[in-house]
Design a protein around this ligand. Sequence first.
Ligand code: ADP
Ligand code: ZN
Length: 332
Amino acid sequence: LNILPTITYDQTPVHVGLAFDSVWNLVDERTIIITDSNVMAYWGHLLADRPTLVVPSGEDQKSLSNLEDMVFRLLAFGADRGSFLLGVGGGVICDLTGFLASVFMRGIPFAFVPTTLLAQVDASIGGKNGVNCGPFKNMVGTFNQPQFVLTDPQFLSTLPDMEFANGLAECIKHACICSAAYFDWIETNLEGILQRDRALLEVLILESVRIKCDIVSRDPLEKGERKLLNFGHTYGHAIEKLNGLAHGQAVSLGMVMANELALKRKMLDPSAEQRVIRLLDKAGLPTDTGLLDRERLLALVRNDKKKREDQIAFILLNSIGQAVIEKIVLHD
Ligand code: ADP
Ligand code: ZN
């Protein structure tokens, strides 16, 4: 195991580039797998004949009523305090598995094998989990770390292009807020990345995981620096809701809007702004903010559960690779 890059944060090892088969060395026979129907269809043959709880795919599975249903299904598998949950799937499965394990019989251990790029570089790292309550995203959840994360890029070979681009949006976000060198590297290697070249994917995932782990380990409870990871997400969440876009697509537009704001405030220079747009565009992500309804977006941003009074904490870039938190009063 030690030959491969393993990043540790908060005592959680994140194995990047490890073949899925190694997972059997990391879990015991009390393991119950949680996955979704798509992952089961593509990769079920890898899951051996372990007890597997399959949920339908989709964000609407992240509900309290589904969670109750999953508890009954766990009990039917004979689960008890000695059980271990292994989530194999995208962000939805990671969020569900982490939350279910955190509250089932007051908490049992769990681990993740993320199978989407988004989950590999984002959702599986950082210890946040939870479910939605109607329109309120992640309204109920906990901070709790998995025992390990095992990231095998082979899973990405079956990922639809749009899901892949969603994950790339988060990678580009990591580069924008933390590392000009990583941004350069993505620019240079984008073609091979889009072709899902395994060696390039390993570097991509490793760099993003490293950045996210660094930030999260310095600020696990999001009191300060961790907010930088919200770059593109203030407007992004509103765009996701209002325009019904996928998360990564909305974050792409959210990053463009944040950069427009930084440009107006003379923080970011126009050539850097254009460079970010070009990269997002080439990655297959939307960048045209012209058609967005800014007034309604603003109203939604104000209603965000994380807002404090009139001021909204925006993450803005000073340059590619350097972000700051700016409290901004938004006017109508
Ligand atoms: P996220 O984008 O946050 O990871 P999901 O968990 O909803 O969100 O995953 C996105 C979609 O991709 C879902 O429909 C899921 O079933 C599907 N999926 C997950 N992993 C794979 C994979 N390796 N190959 C193909 N489809 C996958
Ligand atoms: Zn995100």
